[in-house]
Write a protein that binds this ligand. Structure first.
Ligand code: WQD
Length: 335
């Protein structure tokens, strides 16, 4: 059997872009997704980009027999684990659903892996594990904490992996701490938010797209009284194409060395909400009416990455800038 890279949540925003990058790098990716936050036609859209069939199994990490069947049917060399709920606000409203889905799902996956010859595991973590950072830019050695149940599950996930890897020395684990993914594949076929999503998007870029498409009358800016240059929240936005490439470099390093790593994936540069609005207008020509409203619970003022370890260990440096992220998001939203 072909050596396969299992992408849990591989039909999602980051998963689909990573599938394309892996296929381009010569890997054989396989999607395992419950499609709770992904459009059903995403595998077909990926196939339009790669020009090849897209192996996909619809299933849930909480369904142990389904998970066992995937490992029985495919020779899985590596896993990239995206499948998780990821909306901060939703996690505040339903913490147990987040812990069951994200943490129990991870443990089921690792238990199944232990029965097979899987060697590498890449974990989709997040800058949210840094909580409110004491220093900026944020290095991987910064203190870890959580400010909401979503962040709690990411921090627990990292700790579970450290323990599991310690008793499975044949595993090489890569923990990738994403900052703020944005943008879209140049084809315009892969979207940041699914079209049929039950819950409205919470992230800034999808919310800006809603306003640009006339689906919302204005953008809510959550607070302008932070200790930042213009008072609005500052984040490190990284183009999804850069982020996907970071996953390929991480997997290649794990398979090559058998050594694990924990790495920030960001640009090292922070932009405020108002700077994002200005960049979106410059890139798309779309005015974004906006209103300053009170801060959002769980938000922090500033967050941007120290990118030295990614560069030194993986040879990774982000190549796309804010205008690329805004232009590609807007182009993808035109369909
Ligand atoms: C960005 C900035 C908001 C919406 C979260 C997770 C992180 C990662 C990305 C999941 C903040 C402001 C937003 C809006 C606004 N994981 N904003 N109006 O909260 O930095 O990070 O998503 O994908 O792990 O923590 O991202 O896009 O929600 O917010 O003013 O309508 O935009 O206050 O300053 P966040 P975000």
């Amino acid at each position: 059997m072909t050596k396969t890279v299992l992408l849990t949540g591989g039909a999602g925003y980051i998963g689909a872009h990573t599938f394309v990058a892996l296929a381009k790098a010569g890997f054989s990716p396989l999607i395992f997704d419950n499609f709770s936050n992904a459009d059903p036609d995403t595998p077909a859209r990926i196939a339009q980009i790669t020009g090849a069939a897209v192996p996909c199994v619809k299933g849930d990490l909480l369904d142990k027999p389904a998970l066992a069947q995937v490992f029985a049917d495919y020779d899985i060399t590596a896993v990239i684990h995206f499948a998780a709920k990821k909306a901060v606000g939703e996690s505040m409203r339903d913490p147990l659903a987040y812990i069951e889905n994200n943490s129990v799902g991870l443990i089921n996956l690792l238990n199944e892996m232990q029965n097979h010859a899987t060697r590498a595991f890449v974990f989709s973590s997040s800058a949210t594990v840094y909580g409110a950072p004491e220093h900026l830019p944020i290095p991987e050695t910064a203190p870890l904490s959580f400010a909401n149940p979503y962040g709690f599950t990411k921090l627990i996930g990292e700790q579970v992996l450290e323990q599991a890897a310690s008793v499975n020395p044949q595993w090489a684990v890569g923990i990738l701490r994403y900052f703020n993914p944005a943008g879209a594949h140049e084809s315009g076929l892969l979207l940041q938010s699914p079209r049929n999503s039950a819950a409205p998007p919470e992230n800034l870029m999808p919310r800006m797209l809603e306003v640009a498409r006339g689906e919302q009358p204005f953008l809510t800016v959550f607070g302008d009284d932070y200790d930042t240059p213009d008072g609005t929240g500052v984040r490190d936005y990284i183009h999804i194409t850069d982020l996907a490439r970071g996953h390929v470099l991480s997997l290649q390093k794990l398979l090559e060395t058998g050594q694990g790593h924990t790495v920030n994936l960001g640009t090292g540069r922070g932009y405020s909400v108002l700077e994002m609005i200005a960049a979106f207008k410059q890139a798309s020509g779309q005015e974004l009416p906006h209103k300053i409203m009170p801060r959002r619970a769980g938000d922090i003022a500033s967050c941007y990455a120290d990118v030295r370890r990614a560069r030194e260990l993986l040879g990774f440096t982000a190549e796309y800038g804010l205008l690329d992220m805004c232009a590609s998001s807007w182009a993808g939203a035109q369909e």
